[in-house]
Write a protein that binds this ligand. Structure first.
Ligand SMILES: [Mg+2]
Length: 245
């Protein structure tokens, strides 16, 4: 874990979506559960499209003609979605580590994720070589209001570190992440590479919307007027400026 630096902006990162591509895990589990019932699930890309459009699992099952199995499917899905076998399907985006490395040079990074099994989460972060970027790992089992749960985790962190009321950031891929940011007074960046499509994320009204975290450095860095243009605006050439110093 890296040390926190006082005064550095804090970037609270959601894990699944912004940093990891979890679509293979979700689609494989859907296919496996339907296969256990002797039924065929939706093709992986179609299933993921439904999830991005925020279809409930029950509606997806109805499309597969499996709605009568909804209760057992949902329970079994919850039991398996964080199992080691399925977590092994998650992949970092090709740019995840390089962008985190760049951002960690000038920011404090904190992970805040809705995961029920902390030990497995920590093992996955080590396996993916992601743990070294984060000052702290905050996690909670997802309930019915993940926005409130994440806001509570973030609020507790800010209070413990005396950083409440500052302009820090939340980066996530769901309306719950944006909502958590709004509840705690953080600026929010939503990414389009995760489990919600553009229509849903626009509806959540994030401060910024980017394709993926490669757009973060441009969002976080305040726009700067090139020095040459500033000098020209005041009628001072670079040569004259040097002579008068
Ligand atoms: Mg997420």
């Amino acid at each position: 874990m890296i040390a926190a630096c006082a005064g550095q902006e804090i970037l609270f990162f959601d894990l699944d979506g912004p940093l990891l591509d979890v679509s293979a895990r979700y689609a494989a589990l859907h296919g496996q559960l339907l296969a256990e019932l002797g039924l065929e699930g939706l093709p992986g890309p179609v299933y993921w499209q439904r999830k991005r459009a925020r279809w409930p699992e029950e509606s997806i099952l109805a499309e597969c003609g499996a709605q009568v199995h909804a209760k057992s499917y949902v329970n079994r899905r919850l039991a398996l979605i964080e199992s080691p076998e399925y977590l092994a399907l998650d992949r970092c985006w090709p740019w995840t580590r390089s962008i985190l490395s760049r951002l960690a040079e000038g920011h404090t990074l904190v992970l805040v994720t809705a995961r029920a099994r902390r030990v497995l989460l920590e093992g996955q972060l080590v396996a993916l070589d992601l743990n070294r970027y984060f000052r702290e790992i905050l996690c909670v089992a997802a309930g019915s209001r993940v926005d409130l749960q994440k806001a509570a985790l973030i609020g507790d962190y800010l209070e413990r570190h005396g950083r409440f009321g500052e302009n820090n950031w939340m980066i996530g891929d769901t309306e719950a992440d944006v909502g958590a940011a709004q509840l705690v007074g953080l600026r929010s960046v939503a990414v389009l590479c995760g489990i919600r499509d553009e229509a849903h994320l626009v509806g959540a009204r994030p401060d910024h919307l980017v394709s993926d975290i490669r757009g973060l450095p441009g969002v976080l860095k305040p726009a700067r007027v090139p020095a040459r243009r500033l000098l020209a605006r005041h009628g001072v050439s670079r040569t004259r400026k040097r002579r008068t110093q």
